[in-house]
Ligand binder design. Structure first.
Ligand SMILES: [Zn+2]
Length: 711
């Protein structure tokens, strides 16, 4: 051997020994600076003498060139899966069957924690790690050798005397500290954090660039030996584990021999109690027959060995402290209270947020900031706060109240009477609601811009600064649309034409397009017909808002007086009258709808967007306009209210509505005593029944035409 070769071998030995002390035994002996110095020396030597580079060199742990794909690896011995026990009875069944086959009164098992990671197979030839693979389907896995080499606690060379061939099996996992760091790093970069350590470990192992894997704090535990050549296997599993330790593999300190089903159950309970304080996640425990000859006797049934069982923890609830409640604004402006929790490990994931659904839930569960709460999580479901541990409530626990202003845009938050959901009223310029609001705005029954789909809207929000519906008209043009991804010049021009065409609309469509909560297409059309102009509608809404406020004060005063006197006071006529008299005069508009309209139009930011939408193009507006209202008295159906139901022969409901409206009639959405006629087609349902019950005359399409002709 040359001097360089001797020195390289010496350095490799020293560095691997240091790695083992540090990562496996958790007992470092070499100062970091000294390690770095030796490492640098080895790297330099290998660079000068490439022939000295070996696959087991510690320099290989930093990762290498990216690979294009993972080659399939056929396992020399299938990697079986484990049968599962859900409860103590199933565990006793398992033990009973084992004893029956082995004809023994009592059996020893090796109990080990079940780490929530990825099973891998490692092949060592003459003591050198040459190939590592994932479990895959149990028969064939993927070659992830380069990535596995980067895991510091995984030996690249077996210590001491090694057989010519040995397959070591174990689990690659991400300790919780490493998982938390990955979450924090992802959040700092604005990336989506991994959901749980298992996913994070799997993602890290399946990196095509091993330099990325090398940066992830993955760890490894060995738990079994697969195929071997030239190795005299011991008689008991506990001796296999001892051998693995002697070879330099990390083996869990939590592994213990236990006796019988009772011993297994006691171990399970001990681990359950310990689980929360472990530096890694375990999702259960595994019991394996200690006697290896007995394993042969028991054999394997449908790819599950009969000598082992996994006993999983059922608990998917954990107790933690509610540190704060924040409010998120959904796509429709709905305000969702979100619990910010002291991070807790539950259901296989690190949970620091849980939904509280809505304010009714918050009140029903009486959740307060500072409370100790039970968090529940099942599978991939969003974690939720299940209940409060009232006995642990601190004296200064703070009651949760709905914020007055939207945390995203500062708009007013309103909650209509009887509604569980509170909403940001600033629907037209609240960024949280923008995408949803624009999808609605351009939809066919609203302002109707063909070719402006969900994905394109997301693009123009992000890349063209579209922040309100008015910006569609003000900020988009053929050039900047054509420059967007997957937009040709032709489609950009077509879209500009569609945007232009949408400027000419109807008042009803415009009102519907605004996306006022609980104002549907029919209500929008009724409002348009009733008020005729935007100015009239706004004036009515403003006057009604004052009226409702005055009525509310009246109600509060009466209630205060009732409390003072201890007597019930009759509500005055003024208090009994509609809160929003002008809006509620419109068919089908009740107090909830009226309040929603008044709130929406009272929001200055919504008004600013509306003003820009209807301002002429010359004045810097979007130039949306509609025909002036026809005088209401010019039709034969003036003063008559219609409701349409069922499928009409040869005519759409919209056209039927237009026919009625062209003749001065009104079309309303639901049947009431105020309805004059029900226009019923095929398959008319509950509306027909209701009309018959109320004695409302029912017409078919011919009947309607006759009515128009006859008048
Ligand atoms: Zn908002």
């Amino acid at each position: 051997m040359t001097t360089a070769a001797t020195r390289a071998a010496e350095l490799r030995r020293q560095l691997e020994r240091a790695n083992h002390r540090y990562y496996v035994l958790d007992d470092p002996e070499l100062p970091d600076a000294e390690y770095d110095r030796l490492f640098a020396e080895l790297q330099k030597l290998e660079a000068e003498h490439p022939e000295l580079k070996t696959p087991d060199s510690p320099t290989q742990r930093v990762g290498g060139a990216p690979s294009l794909a993972f080659a399939p690896v056929r396992h020399r011995q299938p990697m079986l899966s484990l049968r599962k026990a859900d409860d103590e009875a199933a565990l006793q069944d398992f033990d009973r069957r084992v004893r029956e086959v082995l004809l023994k009164g009592s059996v020893d098992y090796i109990a080990e924690p079940k780490l929530d990671g990825l099973a891998v197979s490692l092949i060592y030839q003459n003591g050198v790690f040459v190939q590592g693979a994932t479990r895959g389907d149990g028969e064939t896995g993927e070659d992830i050798t380069a990535n596995l080499r980067t895991i510091r606690s995984l030996p690249l060379r077996i210590q001491g005397e090694a057989p010519p061939l040995i397959e070591v099996r174990g689990e690659v996992y991400l300790p919780l500290a490493g998982f938390r760091k990955m979450v924090a790093d992802a959040e700092a970069k604005g990336e989506k954090p991994p959901v749980n350590p298992r996913n994070a470990a799997a993602g890290s192992l399946r990196q095509l660039e091993s330099v990325i894997t090398a940066k992830r704090p993955l760890a490894f535990y060995a738990y079994a030996v697969g195929v071997s050549e030239g190795w005299a296997a011991p008689l008991q599993h506990r001796d296999v584990l001892r051998q693995l330790r002697d070879w330099g593999f990390p083996v869990s300190e939590l592994i213990e021999p236990v006796t019988g089903a009772d011993g297994c159950q006691a171990y399970f309970e001990r681990m359950g109690a310990k689980r929360a304080s472990l530096p890694f996640d375990i999702d259960g425990v595994v019991f394996k027959l200690d006697d290896l000859a007995g394993r042969e006797e028991l054999g394997t049934v449908s790819r599950e060995p009969r000598w082992a069982v996994a006993y999983k923890f059922a608990a998917e609830e954990a107790v933690t402290v509610l540190e704060n409640v924040e409010f998120q604004i959904g796509r429709t402006g709905a305000v969702t209270p979100v619990a910010r929790l002291k991070p807790v490990f539950v259901g296989g994931a690190n949970v620091s947020n849980a939904t509280l659904h809505n304010m009714d839930e918050v009140q029903r569960k009486d959740v307060r900031v500072g409370d100790t709460v039970v968090v529940r999580r099942a599978g991939d479901v969003i974690p939720e706060v299940k209940e409060v541990v009232l006995a642990l409530r601190p004296a200064d626990a703070r009651i949760v109240s709905l914020p007055a202003a939207c945390p995203v845009c500062g708009g007013q938050i309103a909650r209509e009477e009887g509604e569980a959901i509170a909403r940001c009223t600033n629907g037209l310029s609240c960024h949280a609601q923008l995408h949803g609001a624009l999808i609605h705005f351009v939809s066919r029954k609203a302002i109707d811009i063909d070719g402006l789909g969900e994905k394109l809207l997301a693009l123009v929000i992000d890349e063209r600064g579209v922040a309100t519906p008015a910006d569609i008209y003000l900020k988009l043009n053929a050039e900047n649309l054509a420059a967007l991804e997957r937009m040709g010049e032709k489609s950009a021009q077509n879209l500009v034409k569609a945007i232009d065409a949408s400027r000419h609309t109807t008042f009803g469509r415009f009102l519907f397009a605004l996306g006022i909560p609980v104002v549907g297409e029919t209500t929008a059309r009724d409002l348009a017909q009733h008020f005729g102009t935007l100015e009239a509608l706004i004036a009515a809404a403003e006057s009604d808002a004052k009226h409702a406020e005055a009525r509310h004060v009246m109600q509060l005063e009466r209630e205060a007086e009732e409390q003072r006197s201890g007597k019930k006071i009759r509500r005055s006529d003024a208090e009994r009258a509609p809160a929003y008299p002008q809006l509620q005069a419109v068919p089908d508009v009740g107090e909830t709808v009226a309040a929603s309209i008044a709130h929406f139009l009272a929001e200055p930011r919504n008004r600013a967007v509306i003003d820009t939408l209807v301002a002429p193009v010359e004045a810097g507006g979007a130039g949306i306009h509609w025909p002036a209202p026809k005088a209401a008295a010019d039709g034969v159906l003036t003063g008559k209210t219609f409701v349409i139901t069922g499928t009409l022969p040869g005519i759409s409901r919209e056209d039927a509505s237009a026919l009625i409206e062209a003749n001065g009639g009104k079309v309303s959405g639901s049947v009431s005593a105020k309805t004059d006629f029900l226009l019923a087609g095929e398959a008319a349902g509950s509306k027909l029944a209701k009309a018959e019950k109320l004695g409302v005359p029912v017409l078919d399409l011919d009947g309607l035409r006759a009515l128009i002709a006859q008048n």
